[in-house]
Design a protein around this ligand. Structure first.
Ligand SMILES: [Fe+2]
Length: 730
């Protein structure tokens, strides 16, 4: 393989790269519905094996009939709603009776915390099905309610049945630049008419399965139990449709490969699998510039501005030199199939501002016969083929860390902890309108990731087991805090990924400031919701990395040293300051800093106002721009099996993973190859819910406006603002 090593790129090379970026850029466009197009029932039906695709004409027909039935049912509901409108007017007369009770989160023994500010309505239905509103109100800070109503109105002869309706916020939409909330029925509790005799009718304590924390999870997660409780939220129809439409061709390709592997594996190769998926960025460049993507220039450029957006730590001695680290198996639970050594890359910044690798340090097992997890081998360009192999190994460990740590832990799990706390507590406070559009659906996609990625594909395609992955993602979440977080610092003018991050962070700063200015009274007036939001965030937060005995590394001093190195490196990578004062709850030093401890704004110190702004800005940043970056670049940097993957196998030779790309003994096997391409394609291609497209009218027009004002500035940094997602939902 010829590898160009020139430090400066000729114009023709730059043109080819630019053309390939253009040609392989993913665009979502609807192909429309055709009757006998294969279908998928929904995102939850996606599987890393063979998803349940509906492709037989008979099943498609049955599915169509069922779909028509559902449409008819919806139309019927709309019709009856029109026929029997629910008029908001309350009955006249002296409100001499009350419906009282208390609503709490369902707990182990029914002693969950109270649910405040839940909207409640008391409705009666007549013998001719008309609705009569009898009373309304909401729960107080202790979850208690007392809905006054005229007893005569409820006991009227015409009333056939009565029920208390508990409403939940399902959607936020923006009208006239202000957030509006859409409520839906969460639970209806029947009230027996003949029991209404005295002043108060007591419904006692009502435990609700409402946005509960999953007690079995090792990180703060919503309880999404399809079998018993259902989901706390559902995907929007548009999101489901977008995914299904894009994923079907990929699904058919994957199923074809899996069946061929079952029946005649010798008839399939990695190259054939690769050719069946869309051409990605590296394949496109390789077609015109063979060997270029394996060269030093491309390696440096992608480590800086690609999916990984690597972290550069200055060398202590040489100016203009930086170290990048990717930590391998560490002390996590592993299998014996895959290698995952630690990586240290020494870069020098060239005159054009891009990094060029000088040395790669691989520490750990590189072959099956290798048993020393702390042996380090150093490679440089003078090592010829071994240098090429070392760069591939670095790419692979880098991709693993980016996917498991940066993508899943620092973006998906991180966003979910804000989502659960927000949905549980923010109802009247305008901050709900600021946060919820950016936090919706993450609990659902994380549930799918539990099954298909953490519990499915990754343990079979990389060195870590499921238990190892759970521990590792919990550890990384122990480094994610809103306080003091800043975007990555650019180390040169070519560090466009850091510059774009800074630009988006500035946009969010302006947006959040303006939102707080406009809604100051509402935010201050409902400060109690902020206190409870903060309480949930802190109480359920994981302990700071390495501080809990159960998360501690082995006692061997070499592991202790590795742990110290990891902490130091991660602090820069994730903008985490371990020295900030944090709360200790039940002996655990909690990672997420407290926004406020005061239940009213008047009682809160001035700093808490800024804390809330900072936390909102941070949560939106992680759930939108930071997640989009990794998600959409997966296809660029993980879309060619031989170039990079989640793990290289040890193989049977003494050389282990230090072997050419053509060695099928170390490359992912055929099953893992098609699954990897399926994953990276569908994760990057099925995005839906973009800020500027605002498909569901839930993005604040001000944010869109601020972003559009900087369209050119983002474009100069290689970022198309129309591709930035408004939420983490894939
Ligand atoms: Fe994602």
């Amino acid at each position: 393989m010829t590898v160009p090593q020139n430090a400066t790129q000729p114009d023709s090379t730059r043109e080819i790269i630019a053309r390939c970026k253009r040609e392989t850029r993913i665009r979502y466009k609807s192909k429309g519905d055709t009757f006998f197009r294969p279908r998928l029932r929904g995102i939850n039906h996606l599987q890393v094996g063979k998803s349940k695709i509906i492709d037989s004409p008979l099943t498609i027909m049955i599915e169509w009939i069922f779909d028509q039935f559902r449409r008819l049912r919806r139309a019927w509901r709309r019709f009856t709603a029109g026929l029997f409108p629910r008029r908001p007017r309350l009955p006249a007369g002296h409100r001499d009776s009350r419906l009282v009770g208390r609503i709490i989160f369902a707990g182990d023994r029914g002693h969950g915390p109270p649910i405040h500010n839940l909207h409640l309505e008391f409705w009666g239905r007549t013998f001719w099905f008309a609705w009569r509103k009898i009373g309304e109100g909401r729960t107080d800070a202790e979850g208690c309610f007392a809905l006054p109503f005229p007893l005569r109105a409820a006991r009227r002869l015409s009333i056939r049945s009565l029920r208390l309706e508990i409403q939940k916020t399902t959607r936020v939409y923006f009208q006239d630049d202000s957030p509006h909330f859409h409520f839906d029925l969460f639970k209806a509790i029947p009230v027996v008419k003949s029991d209404l005799i005295g002043m108060d009718y007591n419904l006692r304590t009502i435990p609700l399965d409402y946005w509960l924390y999953d007690r079995g999870a090792v990180t703060p997660r919503a309880l999404v139990d399809d079998a018993n409780l259902g989901s706390p939220e559902t995907y929007s129809r548009g999101r489901e449709d977008a995914l299904i439409e894009q994923v079907i061709p990929l699904e058919i390709t994957k199923i074809k490969h899996l069946e061929q592997i079952e029946i005649a594996p010798d008839t399939l190769t990695i190259e054939q699998i690769q050719a069946d998926y869309p051409v990605n960025l590296t394949c496109c460049i390789e077609n015109d510039l063979p060997g270029y993507t394996r060269g030093d220039v491309w390696f440096g450029e992608r480590m800086m501005n690609g999916m990984n957006r690597g972290c550069f730590v200055p060398d202590t001695v040489r100016a203009g030199h930086y170290w990048m680290r990717y930590f391998g198996v560490c002390w996590y639970d592993i299998n014996d199939l895959y290698a995952l050594p630690d990586i240290g890359v020494l870069f020098k910044i060239k005159d054009d501002g891009l990094p060029i690798p000088l040395e790669i340090h691989l520490t750990g097992r590189l072959s099956r016969s290798d048993h020393d997890p702390f042996r380090t081998r150093v490679f440089s360009a003078a090592d010829g083929d071994a240098w090429l192999q070392a760069k591939r190994v670095a790419r692979v460990t880098g991709a693993f860390c980016t996917e498991v740590e940066e993508h899943f832990a620092a973006k998906h799990l991180n966003a979910e902890q804000y989502a659960v706390a927000a949905y549980r507590n923010l109802r009247l406070n305008p901050v709900a309108g600021l946060l919820l559009p950016h936090l919706k659906e993450v609990s659902l996609i994380n549930r799918t990731a539990d099954k298909e990625l953490i519990g499915g594909y990754i343990p079979t395609a990389t060195a870590l087991t499921r238990a190892g992955l759970q521990q590792r993602t919990r550890d990384i979440l122990g480094l994610q805090d809103w306080r003091g977080w800043r975007p990555m610092k650019a180390i040169s003018s070519a560090h466009t990924c850091a510059e774009a991050e800074r630009l988006f962070w500035d946009v969010l700063g302006e947006y959040v400031d303006e939102f707080f200015r406009k809604h100051e009274d509402g935010i201050k007036g409902h400060w109690g919701e902020i206190q409870r939001f903060a309480d949930d965030l802190v109480t359920h937060s994981v302990p700071v990395f390495l501080t809990a005995p159960r998360d501690a590394p082995p006692r061997d001093p070499r592991y202790q040293e590795l742990a110290a190195q990891r902490l130091q490196y991660y602090c820069q990578q994730y903008g985490f300051d371990p020295h900030l004062p944090r709360e200790t709850i039940h002996g655990e030093l909690k990672t997420v800093s407290r926004i406020t401890a005061a239940s009213t704004h008047d009682a809160a110190p001035p700093q808490d106002w800024q804390n809330l702004k900072d936390a909102c800005r941070y949560a939106i940043m992680q759930a939108t721009y930071m997640h989009t970056w990794i998600n959409e670049h997966q296809y660029d940097d993980l879309g060619e099996v031989r170039y990079s993957c989640g793990g290289l196998r040890f193989g049977d030779r003494p050389s282990g993973i230090m072997a050419p790309e053509s060695d099928n003994g170390i490359a992912p096997d055929l099953t893992r190859s098609t699954q990897m391409l399926w994953f990276t394609n569908f994760l990057s291609r099925t995005e839906y819910g973009f800020i500027t497209r605002n498909e569901e009218r839930d993005v604040n027009p001000l944010l869109i406006h601020l972003l559009q004002d900087r369209r050119e500035a983002f474009a100069d940094l290689g970022v198309e603002i129309d591709a930035i997602e408004s939420r983490t939902n894939i």
